[in-house]
Design a protein around this ligand. Structure first.
Ligand code: FES
Length: 913
């Protein structure tokens, strides 16, 4: 067939059943993205004869003889692979000016849709953009872009720190030239697909691969008989012993519906899928347990029966074999603290499974490179720890394996797992050919990870003047079939939620339990969102019992500088209050809520109320988090920074550039940051735990400071001057004997390392005013204010975006998102249509305030602020609903039916009739 793409006439052969999206990508138009392949997300939006369409829904053959425009050609004709155009389309320029993106994966489709809107439709963006989803931004920056608002101050002079500088890859992102994981053409590529288990628990008796291997295009089939017998965890941490080594690349026992059973590698995706369908598997089905309470009962089916997992690397078992991890501790005497209290509150709170829904699905591309090494290009937050895991699994030296990233299309903790690289590496090593495995959206739901569902029992005691006398948490966490992050999440979830308050008696009992369900894993907030929901809801009730305003209750009990930070033990640790802005956050949110009532309620029947919650988080994960950075003065007088951390929308590339430019006295445009490649620096633990600024940035700062000294020394030596008398300027070194251009001094390199200790704490306070309709359970958010203590805010525009995105994601989890698993362990919600994430119309504006603090621990006074904004949202919303209706919501999500039931119980049937 023949079609015109971006003004270029191209010949193409559409495969049977092929959609236009994949055809365009086959032709080299990588700006056309895949988020769902079901017409739900809009990442694949192109114009067909000038009309915007979702190209994943359009059969490719229908484009014959027609004209297609992709993001690359929005501003004019171009050829595949051409660089950033000299001139942008006005909508691309508007997204640049407002920085209407974070990871940028949704951006091409979003811009294509927005650019096609006539001005009248731009007034109702919620409707106009309903077919385009963004998981990162919370849509405010997108709305601003469409409205023509400018946020960047790229032209301003002065210290880059504290300025709204644009992302280094902004031009590539808005023009569709940013290269994500699969935006590269590879010769001779093979495709991998997996057959997944239909049973929650079974032993694989036999796999007959003959029929699959006989199919045209099928190259190989791998089963549990073909993999190393070494167990590992998909969860990645600096110390691999933090996670239970309970997983095999392919196992002879399946422990959840959706677990990999076998992999088929073929010349095409279709052949690989056909190969999977042709596999004949004989299962010996076993009893399964999907409820964590039942899993801890006597006689429960064992998820990891020691008989199934012989070998020295099996993880240590706890008292009950279905216990993946546990945490216990007490300071003081909780029983005595409750006995002496004037008011005691006890409540039980439930949090559901939620999915990350980063728009770029998991996947990687592996090959043997020109040097004969295994090279994996992956959508990962942890390239170095993945490299190390592959080396261990396949007995390879570190320098024989390279893991690198393109731009990563969102992660939110979900890519702190090794979910595809192991199997792709196996296939590459066995076959010697490049292999690609890109998960479908359905596989994201049935075969990756979720937030840990938790049941949290809270007991609180307080004196009549509202001073806490006792705090106790009893937590049951469902980790699913594997223990990746089971221990870390329950420890973290129980730690800061208690440490945030000063109280003499504290206790924790936490259990992470194996069940025959989809594994849980790391997710923004890492356990805190579940426990903060419980604790801050319970404190709201306690405040009502005492008769104290919620802000005053927090002021009276929250930790203050100089007080010991104690959670459930008195063990010495490395967390200190490097700066304290909680008081400013509380004051700011309270004042903003009082000053502005926000929107009017939708009608007279609606009940209006306000609620707030706070959260504290350690700025760095415990037990070590290492980043190396290398900065080079190039021969042309510019700088290149190499870091290990990945840019996945968290904005670290922008922040690292600003930090380096500030330390070197350079214009930010003269600093190039290259990240996420195991060949570039010695080590990086990974882009998780919000460490990109505080650990990665610290390494960059140290490297930049060392480089500045090295440059001064080199210039001084050349001019016979004292280095102390020399000064580094934007493009030269001023010496007493005259200037030396930087271009005369390069190359000079310097390195910096940060090890993630000591650590500080960040604070977040969220408040909502809501209207609730008692007779329908409907809820409207009338006002949303969020204050953050992020220390020195290196890039306010970007940090505001992180907070807005975190609040939006948390609103989805608080109000409607739920991965539903039926009693047989099957995930029911397998698409974005069944699991809708917030769209533009669903997300209210959130006013963002920053405390004015300077941290003693973080680089240039900065603290972390990527995941923390998520944590107080559900509790603040529940507290607002309680204020409006008297109903206490104790389980997320707050769907209308749940609100209606709770309001009816609180107000009586008459009020809801
Ligand atoms: Fe929209 Fe990441 S910027 S999905």
């Amino acid at each position: 067939m023949r079609l015109t793409v971006n003004g270029l006439t191209q010949e193409a052969a559409a495969r049977p059943g092929q959609c236009l999206r994949t055809l365009l990508r086959d032709l080299g138009w990588f700006g056309v993205k895949k988020g769902c392949d079901a017409g739900d997300c809009g990442a694949c939006t192109v114009y067909l004869d000038g009309e915007p369409i979702h190209s994943c829904l359009m059969p490719a053959f229908r484009a014959e003889g027609r004209s297609v425009t992709t993001i690359e050609g929005l501003s004019g004709p171009c050829a595949p692979g051409e660089g950033v155009p000299a001139q942008f389309h006005p909508m691309q320029a508007a997204f640049l000016a407002a920085q209407g993106f974070q990871c940028g994966f949704c951006t091409p489709g979003m811009i294509m849709t927005a650019a096609a809107l006539d001005p009248s439709r731009r007034r109702d963006l919620g409707t106009a953009l309903k077919g385009n989803l963004c998981r990162c931004t919370g849509y405010r920056a997108i709305r601003d872009a469409v409205a023509g608002v400018t946020h960047v101050d790229a032209g301003a002079e002065g210290d880059p720190v504290g300025r709204n500088l644009p992302a280094p890859a902004a031009a590539e992102t808005v023009s569709g030239r940013a290269r994500f994981t699969f935006d590269t053409a590879v010769e001779g590529l093979l495709h991998l697909k997996v057959l997944r288990s239909p049973h929650p628990h079974a032993r694989i008796v036999a796999i007959d691969r003959a029929a699959a291997l006989a199919l045209p295009g099928v190259v190989a089939v791998f089963t549990h008989a073909d993999v190393p017998g070494r167990r590992f965890s998909t969860g990645r941490h600096e110390d691999p012993r933090d996670d239970a080594a309970d997983t095999l690349i392919l196992d002879s026992v399946v422990r959840f519906v959706g677990q990999r059973v076998a992999a088929v590698v073929a010349e095409s995706e279709a052949a690989a899928e056909a190969g999977c369908a042709a596999l004949a598997v004989t299962y010996a089905v076993r009893p399964a347990v999907t409820d964590p309470d039942l899993a801890l009962g006597p006689g429960a089916p064992l998820v990891h029966d020691s008989a199934d997992r012989p070998g020295a690397d099996a993880p240590p078992l706890h008292v009950h074999p279905n216990l993946a991890a546990e945490v216990h501790g007490e300071v003081g005497d909780v029983a005595a603290g409750l006995a002496q209290a004037d008011h005691v509150y006890e409540g039980v709170y439930h949090s559901q499974r939620v999915q990350h829904v980063h728009l770029e699905t998991h996947g990687c591309l592996g090959q043997i490179d020109a040097d004969g090494r295994l090279s994996v290009r992956s959508s990962t937050q942890v390239p170095f720890l993945t490299r190390d895991a592959l080396c261990t699994l396949f007995d390879l030296p570190r320098d024989w394996v390279r893991v690198s990233c393109g731009r990563v299309g969102g992660g939110f903790g979900g890519k702190q797992e090794m979910l595809t690289e192991d199997l792709v590496a196996l296939a590459v090593l066995r076959l010697g050919r490049p292999v690609k495995w890109e998960l479908t959206r359905q596989e994201q739901f049935i075969g990756t990870t979720t937030r840990h569902p938790m049941r949290v029992r809270v007991r609180l005691g307080a004196t009549r003047d509202g001073r806490l006398t006792a705090m106790a948490l009893d937590v049951l966490s469902n980790t699913g079939a594997y223990g990746n992050h089971a221990g870390g999440v329950i420890h973290h979830g129980c730690n800061e939620v208690l440490a945030a308050y000063t109280c003499p008696n504290k206790r924790v009992d936490g259990y992470a339990v194996y069940t025959h369900t989809l594994p849980a894993g790391a997710f923004r907030g890492y356990g805190l969102s579940q426990t903060v929901f419980a604790m801050e809801s319970a404190l709201d009730e306690l405040g009502r019992m005492v008769g104290l305003d919620p802000y005053e209750l927090r002021r009276r009990n929250a930790i203050r500088p100089g007080e010991p930070m104690v959670s459930n033990s008195l063990e010495p640790h490395d967390v200190a209050i490097g700066s304290y802005g909680l008081d400013q956050c509380l004051d700011g949110v309270e004042a903003a809520m009082k000053a502005d009532a926000g929107q009017a309620p939708p009608g007279p029947d609606w009940r209006v109320g306000t609620g707030m919650a706070m959260a504290m988080i350690d700025t760095i994960p415990p037990r070590g988090h290492v980043s190396d950075a290398r900065l080079l003065l190039e021969p042309d007088g510019t700088y290149t920074g190499r870091v290990g951390t990945a840019e996945f929308g968290n904005g670290t590339a922008t922040v690292h550039r600003q930090i380096a430019a500030s330390a070197l006295g350079a214009a930010p445009e003269r600093v190039r940051i290259v990240g996420a490649d195991t060949d570039h620096v010695a080590h990086d633990t990974g882009a998780y735990g919000s460490t990109g600024t505080v650990v990665g940035g610290q390494a960059v700062l140290r490297a930049a400071q060392a480089l500045a000294q090295a440059i001064l020394s080199a210039a001084a030596a050349r001019m016979g001057a004292d280095p102390a008398a020399c000064r580094l300027a934007a493009d030269r070194v001023e010496t007493p004997a005259g200037p030396v251009p930087l271009a005369d001094l390069g190359p000079i390199a310097a390195e910096g390392r940060a090890e993630g200790s000591p650590r500080s704490v960040s604070f977040n306070v969220q408040a909502f005013r809501v209207a609730v309709h008692p007779r329908s359970g409907a809820i409207r958010i009338l006002r949303s204010v969020h204050a953050a203590d992020a220390g020195t805010v290196i890039n306010p525009m970007q940090c505001r975006g992180q907070i807005e995105g975190g609040v939006a994601q948390a609103l989805g989890a608080a109000l409607h998102e739920e991965v539903i698993v039926d009693g047989d362990g099957r995930v029911v919600t397998q698409s974005l249509r069944g699991y809708p994430i917030p769209a533009c119309a669903d997300v209210p504006e959130t006013e963002v305030l920053f405390a004015d603090t300077h941290d003693q621990v973080g680089p240039l006074g900065a603290k972390s602020m990527s995941e923390a904004p998520f944590n107080p949202v559900a509790a603040a919303l529940a507290n607002a609903i309680r204020d409006a209706t008297g109903a206490r919501l104790t389980a997320t999500p707050f769907r209308p039916d749940r609100i209606f039931g709770a309001v009816m119980a609180a107000l009586g049937e008459d009020a809801c009739a």
